[in-house]
Ligand binder design. Structure first.
Ligand SMILES: [Zn+2]
Length: 98
């Protein structure tokens, strides 16, 4: 999986793709969970749907950072800004990501 000949531009390009995908998944999941909660409440089935929605939420939270990885070292780069702002360099291997 690791490609030593991968150049800096390629690393940045791949990271950007992952970052875009990461944000898309987050927005999608937030929408799905938000709408599920809203419609469950509207339909009065909140008690029945709350646990499945909660499970979905935890699956999302614990898996979403798998998308968000450094293309070079496959570790999840976490800056001090957390996952909100994209780090400029990988916190694990120091490769430039943007
Ligand atoms: Zn890295």
């Amino acid at each position: 999986m690791l490609n030593s000949s991968m150049d800096a531009t390629e690393t940045k390009r791949r990271f950007k793709q992952r970052a875009i995908w990461f944000y898309c998944v987050n927005i999608m999941m937030a929408l799905i969970i938000g709408l599920s909660l809203y419609f469950s409440k509207q339909a009065g089935v909140y008690q029945q749907t709350f646990i499945p929605i909660l499970i979905l939420f935890f699956i999302w939270i614990f898996n979403v950072d798998k998308i968000y990885r450094c293309p070079k070292c496959s570790k999840s780069p976490r800056g001090k800004e957390g996952l909100i702002y994209l780090p400029k360099t990988c916190t694990s291997c120091g490769v430039e990501l943007r």
